[in-house]
Write a protein of this length. Structure first.
Length: 142
């Protein structure tokens, strides 16, 4: 199901780990709404800004999948409470450029510079609250 010009619900729910382990990884109606809001308000604007494909490392995780791969039981990747998250990377644009763009131009609930070094993160985690109550919390994990 196409959500935006460049993102489908299937892409945002895909997980290699879920495939390998036979875990169903599909959102309910409320989770789907949160994922769609993330795609429309954050992911597509990033894609439009950079003009090249954006890689979604991880977006939606079912509860069973999240328990298997995350230490955070309340992860925004669960897309509960109206908040959905994605871990993103890009082969053709430096992540620090994308991080700065999000920070300065988009509404977001949480933005995390994940590992890497002071020049570039390994990936970016970004969450969006579909209710519009976005905290714009910025975290640097090194």
């Amino acid at each position: 199901m196409k959500i935006t010009n460049n993102f489908t619900l299937e892409e945002l729910c895909y997980s290699l780990v879920a495939d390998k382990k036979g875990i169903e990884n599909y959102p309910n109606a409320q989770q789907k709404e949160a994922i769609e809001a993330l795609a429309k308000n954050v992911l597509q604007p990033i894609r439009d800004f950079i003009g090249v494909p954006l890689h979604i490392n991880s977006c939606f995780r079912s509860e069973k999948l999240n328990k298997l791969i995350s230490k955070v039981p309340t992860s925004y990747h669960l897309a509960t409470r109206g908040i959905a998250a994605a871990d993103i990377s890009c082969q053709r644009v430096e992540l620090k450029v994308i991080f700065k763009y999000i920070k300065e131009n988009l509404d977001f609930h949480e933005l995390i510079w994940e590992y890497g070094n002071s020049e570039n993160p390994k990936w970016i985690h970004v969450a969006f609250n579909s209710s519009g109550k976005n905290n714009k919390k910025i975290i640097y994990v090194k």
